[in-house]
Design a protein around this ligand. Structure first.
Ligand SMILES: [Zn+2]
Length: 302
């Protein structure tokens, strides 16, 4: 989907609503309150009434779009910009490009990210690479930028990637064997061809008796035949380019949201329905997911 296509296909609120209706209720309009499918269309623009319980609703009732005053056409543009930005996009950029307040832009992107975080994550199999990286943020009163050598502020990101398959990013407590073991158990199928990691000492214990091979980064080894962690590392480099180039700083609190965005986009980068799939997640996500989404004054500094 391109910008001219979006403008042509969804130029008005009504056209946006038609699409959202197809995505939310592919089998026909259903009452969000009692699930009745006997629904009448009201004369009022975009409104339905349930025959069963008389509840009146629109396609955005009970969804993340509901309490927003932003026109749907702008939501659509924001979704397209975010899903097409391989390295992410800042709220500042959205503010300038689409034309809206900074706070609105910030919330909008975070709502899209939240919807992305509800995507299903199946187990990974085949040949799986696992690696960890460290990202660190601004420390209050110590200037900007991501500090390389500041242990206290570093956040651990664990990446697991199935070769020719999907990627998973996790904001982890630490990179100790118990933590790694938990992510392995929850995300890597029992029967895999092999799990490749670097030589972090925590891996052998975390992987226990599973098929495992290591590249000895500490001795300057990066590839040994098929044994390498290059594909998960390439995903990390995309993440870091996003952090440095687009977001400038990411608080530990919001890091999982950025990871979800990166993972969602990465796993769908070859899909032609990326835009529609994102909207589908947004219109069907439980709005409760969004209740805890709050910003701190610091979030609005960038
Ligand atoms: Zn009803």
């Amino acid at each position: 989907m391109t910008l001219p296509e979006i403008n042509k296909l969804y130029p008005t609120d009504a056209r946006c609503r038609e699409l959202l209706q197809r995505l939310r209720w592919p089998e026909g309009v259903m009452c969000p309150r009692c699930k009745d499918t006997r629904v009448s269309v009201l004369k009022d623009y975009g409104r339905f009434e349930c025959v069963g319980c008389e509840y009146q609703f629109t396609v955005t009732s009970g969804t993340i779009f509901h309490d927003s005053h932003l026109p749907l056409t702008k939501w659509f543009l924001a979704v397209l910009l975010l899903v097409e930005a391989r390295k992410g996009m800042s709220a500042k950029q959205l503010q300038r490009t689409v034309g809206m307040g900074y706070k609105t832009a910030w919330y909008l992107f975070h709502r899209i990210r939240k919807a992305m975080s509800t995507a299903e994550r199946g187990m990974l199999y085949g040949t799986v690479e696992m690696d960890e990286t460290y990202v660190g943020g601004k420390q209050k009163g110590m200037g900007h930028g991501w500090r390389k050598n500041n242990q206290r502020k570093k956040e651990v990101v664990i990446g697991i990637r199935q070769r020719s398959g999907e990627l998973r990013f996790f904001h982890a407590e630490d990179a100790k064997s118990g933590t790694l073991a938990k992510y392995i158990q929850e995300n890597i199928a029992a029967a895999v061809v092999g799990i490749y990691t670097d030589d972090l000492p925590a891996y052998p214990k975390a992987l226990a008796d599973r098929m495992h091979a290591t590249v000895t980064h500490s001795a300057g080894e990066y590839v040994r035949g098929d044994v390498h962690t290059n594909t998960v590392e390439s995903a990390f480099s995309l993440l870091k380019r996003g952090i440095v180039g687009s977001w400038h700083k990411v608080s530990a609190k919001h890091l999982p949201a950025y990871l979800a965005e990166m993972e969602f986009r990465f796993n769908r980068r070859k899909r032609e329905d990326l835009f529609l799939d994102t909207l589908r997640h947004m219109i069907t996500a439980d709005p409760l997911t969004f209740e805890t989404l709050t910003a701190e004054p610091d979030d609005f500094a960038a």
